[in-house]
Design a protein around this ligand. Structure first.
Ligand code: NAD
Length: 455
């Protein structure tokens, strides 16, 4: 839990964070505008939710205390200070983290997040979810995650490059193609992966593309990686819709967080004749009851930096967006977007968690009680890490696949994993989240017990 001193009104830190009794909030240095983002609003932290969900699944699996103690906590945590020369000539200090939650089933794997709300607690939660996620889709990786507390929207490309290279060299002792393989996450992209790959390779003295995934194609990236998370979200939504006998054609879709994961899922649903009636990002929410023009919305966001101001769409509030009547709601932004305060307002038949941890345990219980079908994050958004695995395999073999091979293999993995989780859900009468956690945790438990305890 985050405890907030009751008499503290607000303290502004030089990383752009405004610390208030309600927790850290984001302040734009350019506009001075107070911009609240989902990950920073809740008092219960993402790591609290991760621990709670672990316990529920471990209870359902009847795991012994000994095994729980071996699985539950991060193996390794690195906290780094990053002095970076800004374009003004002045040196700014950033804090970064790399957490390896588990390497029981293979090298740690997980993205790097650049966001003002990044905390060690959040990175630990994200690393924990990566462990179960890789096991749910049965790829030979453990779980890791990294992050730097910064506001990349207010940094130039050269500042971002210097900060990235400094961060890469600071976490260098942990990463490597056989040890821990970063990838993009919120506000990081293929260019940032290219800088990490270059920094790592320059230090070792030869090119090592397998140290990161989500790289540009020209540096050993995989075809289909950029759209993999959204595509995986789409495949699991297709499976859920089939299970619930809801046609995708004509379905109304709402997307919270029109970034990489959210916009690609929206694009695939739109091109399969669903209507994406609303979409949002950190700066606005847009709505059209007859369906937004998704290719135009993507072009509008590319041009203006956000969805706000989209022609032929009205502006609505974030609360109104989550409460829209629809067949499919895709929370694709940050943690804790749906909690006990707003879950009751959700009127979707399927909630596809493209984001990591978008629904708190309390929020999830309300959705379940109201009969909404939740595709949990560690299943729904596992397409990204699955194609990251394909990229790593291609890099290791120096043999690259065609896009259609990537899509076919991804579809198989996502739909098989969905079927495995659904079976546990139906047989054991637990929530879809607990079912997914049970599948992931049981696979990590099996590997851990087989390996035994060293020394
Ligand atoms: P992104 O940076 O491309 O997009 C995030 C989007 O969310 C941005 O458009 C941002 O403006 C928006 N956003 C931020 N705060 C918001 C708020 N309060 N309300 C509405 N929108 C808000 O990031 P991404 O890669 O698409 O990641 C989104 C989520 O998906 C994260 O939870 C991430 O961990 C998860 N995820 C991403 C991948 C991947 O491969 N990119 C894989 C698995 C999971």
């Amino acid at each position: 839990m985050t405890l907030c001193p009751s008499r503290l009104i607000a303290v502004v830190f030089d990383n752009g964070l405004l610390h208030t009794p309600a927790g850290p909030q984001v302040v734009s240095r350019k506009t001075g505008v107070f911009e609240m983002e989902a990950s920073t609003q809740a008092v219960k932290t993402a790591y609290d939710s991760a621990m709670e969900n672990f316990d529920l699944a471990a209870d359902a699996l009847n795991l012994s205390v000994d095994v729980r103690n071996m699985l539950k906590y991060p193996e390794r945590i690195l906290h780094v200070n990053l002095p970076v020369r800004m374009d003004s000539g002045h040196i700014q200090r950033f804090e970064g983290y790399r957490v390896q939650h588990s390497t029981a089933r293979g090298p740690a794997k997980g993205g790097i997040r650049y966001h003002p709300g990044v905390t060690l607690d959040e990175v630990k939660a994200l690393a924990t979810w990566m462990t179960w996620k890789c096991a749910v889709v049965n790829i030979p990786f453990g779980g890791g995650k990294g992050g730097v507390t910064c506001n990349p929207k207010e940094m130039s490309q050269t500042e971002l490059e210097r900060m990235t290279r400094r961060y890469a060299s600071a976490i260098l002792p942990l990463i490597g193609p056989e040890r821990d393989i970063p990838a993009p996450d919120v506000y990081t992209n293929s260019q940032i992966m290219a800088w990490i790959m270059d920094t790592y390779s320059m230090t070792k003295g030869y090119p090592i593309p397998g140290v990161v995934t989500g790289k540009p194609i020209a540096l050993g990236g995989s075809l289909g990686r950029n759209e993999a998370t959204g595509r995986g979200v789409y495949y699991t939504i297709q499976s859920a819709a089939e299970h619930l006998r809801i046609p995708i054609k004509g379905a109304k879709v709402v997307v919270q967080g029109f970034g990489n994961a959210g916009s690609i899922a929206a694009q695939l649903l739109d091109s399969n004749q669903a209507y994406v009636i609303a979409a949002s990002d950190s700066r606005g929410c847009v709505y059209n009851a007859n369906g937004l023009d998704i290719p135009k919305l993507i072009a509008h966001k590319e041009k203006t930096g956000g969805v706000a101001g989209m022609p032929n769409a009205e502006s609505i509030s974030p609360q109104e967006l989550l409460a829209l009547e629809c067949e499919i709601l895709i929370p694709a932004a940050l943690e804790n977007a749906i909690d006990a305060t707003n879950a009751g307002a959700v009127k979707a038949k399927i909630v596809g968690e493209a984001a990591n941890g978008p629904v708190t345990p309390e929020g999830g219980a309300i959705l379940e009680k109201n009969g909404e079908f939740v595709i949990p994050d560690i299943l729904c958004n596992a397409g990204g890490v699955t194609v990251s695995y394909f990229e790593w395999v291609q890099d290791e073999q120096h043999l690259f696949w065609e896009a259609q091979d990537v899509y076919n293999r991804l579809e198989r993995v996502m739909k098989n994993s969905f079927a495995e989780v659904l079976k546990i859900y139906l047989d054991r009468k637990v929530s879809m989240r607990t079912a997914a956690n049970m599948l992931g945790i049981s696979r990590v438990a099996e590997a851990t017990v087989l390996r035994g305890l060293y020394p």
